[in-house]
Ligand binder design. Structure first.
Ligand SMILES: [Zn+2]
Length: 305
């Protein structure tokens, strides 16, 4: 398997289900309400007030974006919705960002500016609810395999691809202390980082990756890769707890989001979740979810290989 194969979608005979915008919205509202009625009613408000521009039209790029307007105390979402399960999850992701802004809107202004490592917590949590529910509600085995593969793809991105970027950037800063780093050196650093993060599992790597990845060029935010993996694991762990605790979790979760601009992540986790982030337990329980997906995927695909 080569580096580019990692990003290739899995195609089986059946096409995964498509959701009209209305169906996607209904699915999100139903699934959100299982975890948090407050989150669901907020999302309903965003849909009804038309805070979301989601049209799939020519010359509009894929992906999603959410921005908040603190004075209006509202958010707006700009995205391209094509009906694939992945874009339903993206819509949920952006609604998660908007919900985060919503619950901290009454905090003192200086406490509404939270750090990068918790900026993706609410969004990833919302996305997880939808991605998980889509897999559970898949009606055919093929559909389930495709959806699971999409979910596992995220784990690969967070634990391997983004880890490679982190290793690369760490070593780049070290090398830069001794002078300019040439393109050839950057290629070497990149490939070494990828080999290490992917555990030498691939037949080819992507040494020029550094030249095309936007995040390396945002000079005011160095290490703009680490927060994704941290945020992913942090919200996976929260999701794990939410599944175990049920409906009582909602207020705890909202209180945690409200404090994101006022505390370190270690303090947040200790105060609201009674968790010590400096110990491996919480992180390992988060990883378990990803490992379970892989196990299920292997079982389901056993007779296809
Ligand atoms: Zn996001």
């Amino acid at each position: 398997m080569s580096f580019h194969d990692v990003f290739a979608p899995l195609t089986l005979d059946s096409e995964p289900k498509k959701y009209t915008y209305q169906e996607g919205a209904d699915f999100i509202l139903t699934q959100f309400s299982k975890f948090s009625p407050k989150m669901a009613s907020f999302a309903k408000h965003a849909f009804e007030q038309q805070w979301i521009e989601a049209e799939d039209r020519d010359n509009k790029r894929p992906g999603g974006f959410c921005t908040d307007f603190p004075l209006e105390r509202e958010s707006r979402i700009f995205m391209t919705y094509d009906g694939a399960p992945g874009t339903v999850a993206t819509l949920a992701h952006e609604l998660g960002h908007a919900f985060h802004s919503h619950v901290i809107r009454d905090e003192p202004f200086e406490n509404t500016n939270y750090a990068m490592n918790v900026a993706e917590t609410a969004s990833t949590f919302a996305e997880m609810i939808i991605a998980d529910a889509s897999v559970k509600e898949a009606t055919t085995k093929e559909e389930k395999i495709v959806l699971l593969e999409d979910k596992i793809g995220r784990s690969i991105a967070f634990f391997m691809d983004i880890r490679a970027r982190f290793l690369f950037e760490t070593r780049f800063y070290e090398a830069r202390k001794d002078g300019l780093v040439s393109a050839d050196q950057l290629n070497t650093l990149m490939e070494e980082a990828q080999r290490e993060a992917f555990k030498d599992a691939l037949s080819e790597y992507h040494p020029q990756f550094w030249s095309s990845k936007l995040h390396f060029y945002i000079a005011e935010v160095p290490f703009y890769n680490f927060p994704y993996t941290f945020g992913y694991l942090f919200s996976l762990g929260i999701y794990h707890q939410a599944l175990a605790e049920g409906s009582g979790y909602e207020d705890k979760y909202i209180a945690l989001l409200q404090d994101t601009g006022a505390m370190t992540t270690e303090q947040l986790a200790q105060k609201h979740l009674n968790i010590d982030l400096t110990k491996p337990d919480f992180w390992e329980s988060a990883l378990e979810i990803a490992v379970d997906d892989v196990k299920e995927f292997l079982e389901l695909t056993n007779d296809l290989v």
